[in-house]
Unconditional design. Structure first.
Length: 423
């Protein structure tokens, strides 16, 4: 089996393309089912975040040489995006580059924010979903588990995570650049996921005056709000509270925008056109792009945060070099493990045959003891019989190899059974 990754990310495509190929939670189970039904695809997992969509597959080596194109064609059809357009932006990693790529992604080395930790949680979620829907088996499952282990070692052994840098952090940093002291201002957080929680934490620690959390389910909003003495509302009630918001940060899993130009216009009118700073971290976008046309709105997407993020990368470059060395060693380790898989079936068959022979001889020995034979004689019989049975087939094959001049077989047998070379 071999591994393959086909994807699109913030380096290869703008946000309007990335949002077209994002997998919503509702469609993910069907996508995994369709992927594993493709010719030669044994396993599949999908990683879909605001900055990347990646398809990981393990493939049957007996499939046709165009196996990668089959997956790309499916990717295009599933999202109803032309193949010609899609191929402008996608990248592909074959085995073993897929292994290296997965380790780098999990460790935050391929993220917009170098070393950011959120991607590891997102990869764990992708693994859990694929596992839940039965699209993982030995090879791809081990790749993800190994990725988690590598990411942990990178974070432990290097300074890659020494400073609090993330898309959420960059959003708050930009708000502080615009407003200065955040104490007089109110922030509206749309969503209640990990990114919003992190942004709320940064806002709270920066002294923002008040936080409102809006979510589809008010229970989840209340759970998050309690951490920051915040206010919880539903998305349905959000338009009524929008006028109170000086800062809006949005990150939901909605497939359609949840904040339109009309709602923002009405809020601005009630605010007497006091400006609103908005950051749309979601992919697909939560805030209609037309909102940016309004004079009193400063709307940023994840792509606009790149300059701020770049500022915070300098301290992590040396740590990233150390991380790359760890990853290279771990790629070799994974490949070595994969090579052992070729012997697994043989080891299992040998063990099963040996256990069957042992059970057969043991049954005879127990009968002999029951019939009055001494334990000493029974044990001697068992030792001789087991030795003869275990060595009968190898001895026959070695004699045949000697007749045919197959010295490699004889040397292999000496390595297996004697663990030393011929004297």
């Amino acid at each position: 089996m071999s591994l393959i990754t086909i994807g699109i990310n913030h380096k290869t495509a703008p946000v309007d393309i990335r949002e077209q190929v994002a997998f919503t939670p509702e469609r993910l189970p069907e996508a995994l089912k369709q992927l594993t039904a493709l010719p030669g695809v044994n396993e599949a997992a999908i990683l879909s975040t605001c900055n990347r969509t990646e398809i990981y597959c393990s493939l049957d080596n007996s499939t046709a040489s165009n196996k990668d194109q089959i997956i790309v064609n499916w990717f295009s059809q599933f999202h109803n995006i032309s193949l010609e357009k899609l191929t402008e932006y996608i990248y592909e990693h074959d085995h073993p580059e897929t292994i290296r790529h997965a380790f780098r992604v999990a460790s935050g080395l391929d993220s917009m924010v170098l070393g950011e930790p959120q991607i590891l949680g997102q990869m764990k979620q992708s693994y859990a979903e694929a596992n839940q829907h039965g699209s993982l088996a030995l090879l791809l499952g081990r790749l993800f588990q190994h990725s988690f282990s590598v990411a942990k070692q990178v974070r432990t052994d290097t300074a890659i995570g020494s400073s609090a840098v993330s898309v959420a952090f960059a959003s708050v940093a930009l708000a502080k650049q615009i407003f200065g002291d955040l104490k007089p201002y109110t922030a509206l957080m749309i969503g209640a996921g990990e990114t919003i929680e992190l942004a709320a934490r940064h806002l709270h620690s920066s002294g923002v005056g008040h936080i409102i959390v809006a979510n589809r389910t008010v229970e989840r909003a209340e759970t998050l709000a309690k951490q920051f003495d915040a206010e919880a509302i539903t998305l349905r009630d959000m338009p009524e509270h929008l006028e109170r918001a000086d800062i809006v940060i949005s990150s939901t899993a909605s497939s359609l925008p949840i904040l339109g130009k009309g709602a923002v216009e009405r809020a601005l009118k009630k605010r007497k056109h006091k400006p609103i700073f908005m950051v749309d971290i979601a992919v697909p976008r939560d805030i209609e792009p037309e909102v940016d046309e309004l004079d009193d709105v400063y709307l940023y997407t994840v792509d606009h945060l790149q300059d701020i993020i770049t500022e915070n990368l300098k301290s992590r470059q040396e740590a990233a070099e150390q991380a790359e060395e760890i990853i290279e060693a771990k790629v070799t380790e994974f490949l070595d493990w994969q090579k052992t898989l070729h012997a697994v079936d043989s080891i299992r068959d040998i063990r099963q045959q040996t256990e069957a022979l042992t059970e057969e001889v043991l049954e005879k020995v127990l009968k002999q003891i029951q019939q009055g034979q001494s334990a000493e004689d029974a044990v001697k019989f068992m030792a001789r019989t087991l030795t003869n049975k275990f060595l009968h087939q190898p001895s026959s094959q070695l004699r045949e190899a000697g007749k045919r001049g197959h010295k490699d077989v004889i040397e292999a047998a000496r390595t297996l059974f004697l663990n030393k070379n011929k004297p």
